[in-house]
Design a protein around this ligand. Structure first.
Ligand SMILES: C[S@@+](CC[C@H](N)C(=O)[O-])C[C@H]1O[C@@H](n2cnc3c(N)ncnc32)[C@H](O)[C@@H]1O
Length: 392
């Protein structure tokens, strides 16, 4: 079965080349499973996961048009279980210290020092206010699986090697800075490791003629993200329908940068349909694939909503007749009125320097401000989504 443009299909990314005609795709943009134990990758072994990446990337050797791109959004595995490495001999003294602070001890101390506040009690006991709080509220020591044989696994080398052997070459790489995932980065409280707060975007190129058109983006866009390697984009906050969505701004930037209107964009791990939404909003054709029927339905609904949104933002109007100069130096001619389609609203990220709230002293500090400084203004339809990655 051939996957026709503007459809979402239930299928297996590993077999993508069986369903998409050769050289059809201008940009394939996707975020695969990260091998971090999500529901949709349950029962997938590490070897099977690597095979999924390898075979999917190999399929792109034929379906990408020469000069086209494959953009992979992926994170490193920050708590990769590896029984072959030496056991990490961490003597977690802070956890032990906390463990010595029992409920009874906190109660007794507070009873003896009734005039003290929580901060003073914590200082007296040599622990954090949070520990005092937890004991008083009856909570036990914070959970967080202590893994004695885990290491960081870098995924970049893996996808680069698979792409290289398929004849696709690393053209560019960017870093997506997302929200810090404290809750899911359990290791941070039992080790010196950082929490998870960035992912990679690797852009591979199929050799062939590649148009470089600097007019694809405005000077403001080039300055704020087009030419910038670090993209600050808030995570998707409501992951209630799909547990690992990326923010629509991420595929939108890649689509605007690497394709022309009318080009075909593919996402063979389409999930909730985020990249399809971006493609439709940017006037590109789109094919989406997912192995889970429920995500196929979700992505179809997302695409339909995006089409409705685009349609309602178009105005059909008559252009006025106009006098245009003759290029060959003859007398000016009158051009007949005609029907024209116009966008009522512009692209939310396409703000000019003086409109950019980052330049205003009122911009909020922190992540929101970083995102705005980066040229990204969350639109009403994308109020900052959560993330792909260990804890996406
Ligand atoms: C990280 S999520 C992608 C989320 C998507 N970018 C979004 O914003 O909603 C990965 C998706 O790949 C799908 N998937 C996993 N294995 C697959 C396979 N072999 N073929 C196609 N889809 C697969 C999962 O069902 C999941 O929806």
């Amino acid at each position: 079965m051939q996957y026709a443009p503007d459809g979402i299909f239930e299928g297996d990314a590993r077999r993508i080349a069986d369903h998409v005609l050769p050289a059809m795709v201008s940009l394939s943009v996707w975020s695969p499973p990260y091998h971090v134990g999500k529901e949709y990758e349950r029962d997938v072994t590490f070897v099977q996961w690597k095979n999924l990446l390898r075979r999917t990337i190999e399929g792109h050797a034929t379906i990408l048009r020469p000069g086209g791109f494959l953009a992979i959004n992926i994170a490193d595995i920050l708590c990769f279980q590896d029984p072959t490495i030496p056991r990490i001999m961490a003597d977690n003294v802070s956890a032990k210290r906390r463990r010595d602070i029992t409920v009874e001890l906190v109660r007794r101390t507070w009873h003896e020092h009734r005039d003290m506040n929580r901060h003073q009690i914590a200082r007296l006991l040599g622990c954090s206010e949070q520990t005092v709080d937890r004991r008083m509220q009856g909570n036990n020591i914070r959970g967080g699986k202590y893994e004695a044989q885990t290491r960081v696994f870098l995924t970049g080398k893996l996808v680069e090697d698979y792409a290289y052997s398929a004849g696709l070459y690393l053209y560019d790489r960017r870093v997506w800075v997302k929200d810090a995932a404290w809750e899911n980065s359990r290791w941070h409280s039992t080790s010196y490791r950082a929490v998870d707060e960035f992912e990679h975007i690797y852009v591979f190129w199929r050799p062939g003629p590649t148009v470089v058109d600097r007019d694809r983006l405005s000077p403001q866009e080039w300055r704020t993200w087009g030419s910038r390697a670090v993209w600050h984009i808030p995570s998707v906050r409501a992951n209630d329908d799909h547990e690992a969505k990326f923010p629509v701004e991420l595929p939108r930037r890649l689509i605007r940068l690497l394709t022309e209107p009318g080009d075909l964009v593919l996402d063979c791990f389409v999930g909730s349909g985020t990249s399809g939404t971006a493609a439709i909003q940017e006037g590109r054709r789109f094919i989406g694939v997912d192995k889970e029927p429920r995500y196929v339905e979700m992505a179809r609904a997302a695409l339909a909503a995006a089409r409705r949104e685009v349609a309602s933002s178009l105005d059909l109007r008559m252009t006025p007749d106009a006098r245009v100069p003759d290029r060959l130096g003859g007398p000016a001619r009158t051009v007949q009125p005609m029907l024209a389609l116009e966008h009522r609203t512009g692209y939310a990220g396409n703000v000019s320097a003086d409109q950019c709230p980052a330049r205003s002293p009122a911009a909020t500090p922190g992540e929101g401000a970083a995102a705005v400084a980066d040229g990204f203004v969350p639109s009403a339809t994308d109020p900052g989504r959560s993330t792909c990655g260990t804890p996406r």
